[in-house]
Design a protein around this ligand. Structure first.
Ligand code: TMP
Ligand code: MG
Length: 215
């Protein structure tokens, strides 16, 4: 008698601007996936708990200044140091929800003026999400939600450029078909339904396909 391997987990990335409600939706999504029988792990990027994450945190809180290229590579290194555990979980049947991923990595650095292809290069080979939920919120709505924190990048001009870069990146044919755009400008429960609609596509995709790598 041979034991049947469990179906693999699903890799789901949640992306969007600051104040789009990513963390709230990630929490609701984890709950809903669990209720429908999935084993789930939430992985936040940047993961500030590692040694590299500590450096990233001190940069974001402006405790230290780090050269643009260097911090870019540290954000990427932070994903690479966790890539193995993501692959291991997916193979073992655990669904992994990513609160931000390499798409934030590319757009935030490219929005500063670094070359897009340079920014994307270090991400090639990382586990590729089965689906990316992009939580979209226009600048006006974002401004109404008020209260930027005090971290680096939490300024309107940076957010505006980041939103443009995200729009450009959603047209990148190397990730074609992965994106589902959700209007994040509604009430929490309504947005959660929309997120679930996109996630179901990822669940469907993962049923018939191996986990891919970023190309
Ligand atoms: P957080 O507020 O979600 O913790 O993210 C911290 C900031 O870091 C946010 O402004 C987005 C930015 N960021 C990058 O610049 N590069 C990256 O690779 C990631 C994951 C986030
Ligand atoms: Mg933040």
């Amino acid at each position: 008698e041979t034991a049947t391997a469990p179906p693999r987990g699903i890799l789901i990335a949640i992306e969007g601007l600051d104040r789009a409600g990513k963390s709230t939706q990630c929490a609701l999504l984890v709950e809903r996936l669990q209720q429908s029988g999935h084993k789930v792990r939430l992985q936040k990027f940047p993961d500030r708990t590692t040694t590299i994450g500590t450096l990233i945190n001190s940069y974001l809180t402006s405790a230290t200044d780090i050269d643009d290229h260097t911090i870019h590579l540290l954000f990427s290194a932070n994903r690479w140091e966790l890539a193995h555990s993501i692959r291991t979980d997916i193979a073992a049947g655990v669904t992994v929800v990513l609160d931000r991923y390499m798409y934030s990595g590319v757009v935030f650095s490219a929005a500063k003026g670094l070359d897009y292809e340079y920014c994307r290069g270090p991400e090639v080979g990382l586990p590729r999400p089965d689906v990316i939920v992009f939580m979209d919120l226009d600048e006006g709505e974002a401004a109404k939600r008020g209260g930027f924190g005090e971290e680096r990048y939490e300024v309107p001009e940076v957010q505006r450029r980041v939103r443009e870069m995200f729009r450009m990146m959603r047209g990148d044919e190397r990730d074609a078909g992965d994106w589902g755009v959700v209007d994040a400008g509604a009430e929490v429960g309504v947005v959660a339904e929309r997120v679930w609609g996109v996630v179901e596509r990822g669940v469907e995709f993962a049923r018939g396909n191996e986990l891919r790598s970023i190309q």
